[in-house]
Design a protein around this ligand. Structure first.
Ligand code: NAD
Length: 297
């Protein structure tokens, strides 16, 4: 690769992909994108990127292809087949999948890509929409050291904490652990909110002082206003956290790790989704606790 910045193709311009790709444009990268929604393509063009009409068109000239789609089936759909990334990207390109998917899917993708001369990193993120906008994401990476080193400047335009966790799939395993911790943390906060309100304590004051002590967390900082205002606009959709609880439950079973509290929270997430709240932010776990506590919400 020359001294010029690598040419980027970005597939998947959703809640995370749009602001992340815009941060690369701000950092001087040439970004060509493709996604399913026309308005998101227009947003990319307005930010200084190039909207492509297909995956093939987006990836054809790219040095680095970045993907940020919902789950394993979408990663497979955009990667494989005659219209997919592996068939249409040039040999020598680096494919960085930043979606949160199963570790096995990442391992399989790396193997299939190798046959085409394409290198792969799994690089899921944590930090939510706000972290994406502010370019302060935590990025957990699986793959080869040399590929990680090449991708580092790109990651530095997107996040603050950037760690190579091990071979292919390791980034996804760490992300699964992240999602376990976040879900359990939100659930504990939601239970505290209902308990505090029913006890007649000033909720705002309580959350402020709690966040200054050992109970404080990034979850409480980022989701405080969602709890106070019952604002459940996503953010991170319950549907996606349901997917992630499935990933961590399955991965833990495979290695014989027991997740008793995680299993209960996975059920609460599934129940919330079954009740029609799958499109809400994951802070809507509060609604599940409220219902269990007798509220009609
Ligand atoms: P989203 O649903 O907002 O966006 C997904 C995008 O993928 C959409 O724009 C869609 O058009 C695109 N897409 C899907 N299938 C496609 C295809 N076949 N071809 C082209 N584009 C396709 O999702 P999101 O919230 O941005 O999440 C993306 C990933 O990041 C997920 O794996 C999620 O778990 C993870 N994540 C999300 C957050 C968050 O707070 N939203 C935080 C960390 C990680």
């Amino acid at each position: 690769m020359s001294n010029a910045l690598p040419k980027i193709a970005w597939i998947g311009l959703g809640i995370m992909g749009s602001p992340m790709s815009e941060n690369l444009i701000k950092a001087g990268y040439d970004v060509t994108g493709f996604t399913l929604e026309q308005d998101k393509l227009e947003r990319l063009a307005a930010a200084g990127g190039t909207a492509a009409g297909s995956i093939a068109e987006a990836v054809r000239d790219a040095d680095v292809v970045i993907t940020m789609v919902p789950a394993s089936p979408q990663v497979e759909a955009i990667s494989y087949g005659p219209d997919g990334i592996l068939e249409n990207a040039r040999s020598g390109a680096l494919l960085i999948d930043m979606s949160s998917i199963t570790p096995q899917t990442s391992v399989g993708l790396a193997k299939a890509a190798k046959d085409k001369g394409i290198r792969v990193l799994d690089a899921p993120v944590s930090g939510g929409e706000a972290g994406a906008i502010e370019a302060v994401l935590s990025i957990m990476v699986g793959g080869e050291q040399a590929d990680f080193d090449q991708a580092k400047p790109i990651f530095e335009a997107l996040g603050k904490t950037i760690v190579l966790c091990g071979p292919h799939g390791s980034g996804q395993t760490v992300k699964a652990a992240n999602q376990l911790i976040v879900a359990v943390n939100i659930q504990a906060c939601a239970e505290a909110v209902v308990f505090l309100e029913k006890s007649g304590v000033d909720l705002q004051a309580a959350l402020d002082v709690l966040n200054g002590g050992l109970a404080g967390s990034t979850v409480l900082t980022r989701k405080r206003d969602n709890f106070l205002n019952r604002d459940f606009k996503p953010g991170f959709r319950i549907d996606l956290h349901h997917k992630d609880m499935g990933i961590v439950t399955d991965a833990a079973r495979n290695v014989g790790a027991a997740l008793p509290v995680g299993a209960v929270v996975a059920q609460l997430v599934a129940s919330l989704r079954a009740q029609g709240d799958g499109g809400l932010d994951h802070s809507a776990l509060l609604r599940a606790v409220e219902r269990l506590s007798g509220a009609q919400v």
